[in-house]
Design a binder for this molecule. Structure first.
Ligand SMILES: [Zn+2]
Length: 441
């Protein structure tokens, strides 16, 4: 005999139960019904759409937080507020006309992809600082990556170029008679999309210089405003270890990019960062000589064998450069914030203050009981919306909501439940721009 635990219910009783559930759900929905409406232009004080990205219309108080590096320190409790930024780069391989001075052209593409992977790996795996000893400096995400970028009108262009040029292929480091590191000849002749893509020139050291016993042909580079040059024994290293030698260069290239982003050398006093200690910068590695075990640095902006650590202050300076439309560095970014990415829609669920410029990549929703204060320029994606749910509040405190890519966005939706409505507060000359006009809403 088996036990039967099923309870039998008469069909009529079952129907009654279902009806009761439907009625009770309907009643609770009518009590909690959410009404939503777009705020009118007048309610938002919308200004005409008549500015170009980067003009002074979206500038806020230059002495305020939007222009201070500290404001760009990543809030590690709210990483979702800081979408990854992608710096467009291209890579030029320079070689002599007899093709003997650099990696072979046939290997250049595969090698470049490995090299960029290594550079991004270092950005993705930021390291704890060696200095000062026993420091408690936190490790923040760098929050930017490189993306190889060709000309948009040429599907064959992968952002990797190879040039044979006997007069321009080589690099001679400073303090030498024929020093040419500041020479922009190769950049002017071969640069591609110099305004919007960071051009990286990989150059061999000049053979005559390398032959000199006083010339150091190590990994070096120079940042030249909108391009950089990196010199190394590319060919020799490649022949020794073709599959792994790309790892050797991630530090020096990221160091030069650091200069492009506005960072100074970290060992001195003038880099503006308290978390990069002053030190003699005489230890290439921990094993260089006695004392180096506690004196060697691993900061990306020091001269060291492991340029892998970016401090919170250094990252904040980079992020500020990438956020400010008036800065040259921002033009290198792939503008992924122009069109809404639904995967990056953002929900604010508590009390949040944005003291720095933001580029929303998706729609923004402020939940019941939450409050977001925007103090700086904040871009909304084209056709994007901001929704303030009942009991939520958005405060534009001296900041500006706008569309950074020359388009328009849909505006602010407030939701209402019973008497409780989402609230928009504008103070200290806060502004809303580039909203689609009221008509049709
Ligand atoms: Zn440097």
């Amino acid at each position: 005999m088996t036990r039967n635990n099923n309870i039998s219910i008469s069909p009529l009783f079952g129907v009654l139960v279902v009806l009761l559930i439907i009625i009770s759900v309907a009643c609770s929905n009518s009590l909690r019904r959410v009404q939503a409406r777009y705020l009118t232009d007048i309610e938002m004080g919308v200004l005409p759409t008549s500015f170009e990205s980067g003009t002074s219309d979206i500038r806020t108080d230059v002495k305020g937080p939007c222009y201070q590096n500290e404001s760009y320190e990543v809030d590690t409790n709210r990483l979702v507020d800081y979408p990854m930024r992608y710096v467009r780069i291209n890579i030029h391989w320079m070689n002599s006309e007899d093709s003997l001075q650099s990696i072979p052209e046939a290997e250049a593409r595969a090698y470049t992809l490995r090299l960029v992977d290594a550079m991004n790996y270092a950005l993705r795996n930021n390291k704890k600082m060696f200095l000062p000893p026993r420091n408690t400096t936190p490790v923040h995400p760098t929050n930017f990556r490189y993306v190889l970028t060709g000309r948009p009108d040429d599907p064959e262009d992968d952002g990797i170029y190879y040039h044979y040029d006997d007069s321009l292929y080589y690099y001679v480091h400073y303090r030498k008679k024929d020093s040419n590191l500041y020479d922009r000849g190769a950049i002017e002749k071969y640069g591609v999309q110099l305004d919007t893509v960071l051009n990286l020139f990989m150059m061999p050291h000049q053979p005559d210089s390398v032959a000199s016993p006083t010339y150091s042909a190590g990994r070096v580079g120079v940042a030249l405003r909108n391009a950089l040059k990196v010199a190394a024994k590319w060919k020799q290293d490649f022949e020794k270890d073709p599959k792994k030698c790309h790892w050797r260069y991630r530090g020096v290239i990221n160091h030069e990019v650091g200069h492009i982003m506005g960072l100074s050398h970290a060992w001195g006093r003038s880099d503006g960062c308290d978390d990069t200690p002053v030190h003699p910068n005489r230890c290439w590695s921990k094993n260089s000589r006695p004392g180096c075990d506690t004196m060697a640095s691993n900061n990306v902006m020091d001269y060291t064998s492991v340029q892998l650590a970016w401090t919170p202050c250094q990252i904040s300076r980079v992020q500020r450069s990438l956020s400010d439309p008036r800065r040259r560095q921002r033009k290198f970014l792939e503008p992924r914030w122009c069109v809404r990415n639904p995967e990056l829609d953002l929900l604010i669920e508590d009390e949040v203050v944005w003291n720095c410029m933001h580029d929303l990549h998706g729609n923004l929703t402020i939940a019941p009981g939450a409050r977001l204060t925007i103090k700086c320029r904040t871009s909304v994606p084209q056709d994007g919306t901001i929704t303030i749910q009942a009991g939520g509040e958005l405060i534009i405190d001296g900041g500006a909501l706008h569309q950074d890519c020359g388009g328009t966005w849909e505006g602010v939706v407030v939701e209402k439940v019973g008497e409780l409505e989402g609230k928009l507060t504008m103070i200290n000359s806060g502004r809303i721009l580039d909203v689609l006009p009221d008509e049709g809403l």
